[in-house]
Design a protein around this ligand. Structure first.
Ligand code: KIV
Length: 275
């Protein structure tokens, strides 16, 4: 069944949990789509997990369009949400509108995601008015990493918790169809989830959210240098890949690969004439 923004809205009403993952390319999107994932966020985390940046600030609109378009080709039943990168929407309502339009027209996204609270509501309102669905993103918003002084859990005291709750309510009021809650205490995420009529999609926000999202490199155990506390490894693909690469290297060096079954045959009488 095709997942749309309606599926997301109805899931909250029916108390059905939404499963969302990130993806950045065609083949991975296809596997997730076949597995029945509700939504794929083509996150600006692409900068960190695919492009090797330390944070998401260097990611460009061109990067996002390129990866979103690839994911959209692989996902037939999944809602594809393209992330608006740093400075693609903060600069003005007009820039936000133009860039959201590019993610839809050039990237084939079905919705866009915007980080921030009340300060980005004029942008969310204008984009939603143009019939582009918007997913909000509050709590730890990685594009603000410089002002936090690092990737830090948000909403840990009363003032911080009020700020997160206010941000979530503001983006709902501006017209977002769902909102990501990133790295906030589980109790606060539960309160936000109960206070909103749109679904909350948690990452590091406990299990009372209406849905969950993880970066696939994290949940598949592909990044071995760091694993955040909120990540569960559903597989150790990184270790399996390393073993496969090592085996391939030694088989090539030893002349074991390719074997006869990996080679093409033809009547080779004519080859003698070439000598
Ligand atoms: O960039 C990203 O991958 C995200 C998701 C984790 C929500 O924002």
């Amino acid at each position: 069944m095709k997942n749309t923004v309606l599926t997301f809205r109805q899931a909250k009403e029916k108390k059905e949990k939404l499963a969302v993952l990130t993806a950045y390319d065609y083949s991975m999107a296809g596997l997730m789509d076949e597995a029945g994932i509700n939504g794929i966020i083509v996150g600006d985390s692409v900068g960190m997990v695919c492009l090797g940046y330390k944070d998401t600030l260097s990611v460009t609109m061109e990067d996002m369009i390129h990866h979103t378009r690839a994911v959209a080709r692989g996902a037939s039943n999944t809602l594809v949400i393209g992330d608006m990168p740093f400075m693609s929407f903060q600069t003005s309502v007009r820039d936000a509108l133009v860039n959201a339009g590019r993610l839809m027209k050039e990237g084939n996204a079905q919705a866009v995601k915007i980080e921030g609270g009340r300060e980005v509501c004029p942008q969310i309102r204008a984009i939603v008015r143009s019939s582009i669905p918007v997913m909000g993103h509050v709590g730890l918003t990685p594009q603000s990493v410089r002002s936090y002084g690092g990737f830090k859990v948000q909403g840990k005291d009363e003032a911080g918790a009020r700020k997160v709750l206010d941000a979530a309510k503001a983006v709902e009021e501006a017209g977002a169809f769902a909102v990501v809650l990133e790295c906030i205490p589980a109790g606060l995420a539960e309160l936000v989830t109960r206070s909103l009529s749109i679904p909350t999609i948690g990452i590091g926000a406990g299990n009372a959210c209406d849905g969950q999202v993880l970066v696939y490199h994290d949940m598949l155990g592909m990044l071995t240098d760091f694993s955040p506390k909120f990540v569960k490894h559903y597989a150790e693909i990184g270790a399996q890949m390393r073993t496969a690469f090592t085996q391939y290297i030694s088989e090539v060096r030893e002349g074991v690969f390719p074997a006869a079954e990996h080679s093409f045959d033809a009547a080779d009488d004519f080859l003698k004439k070439l000598y």
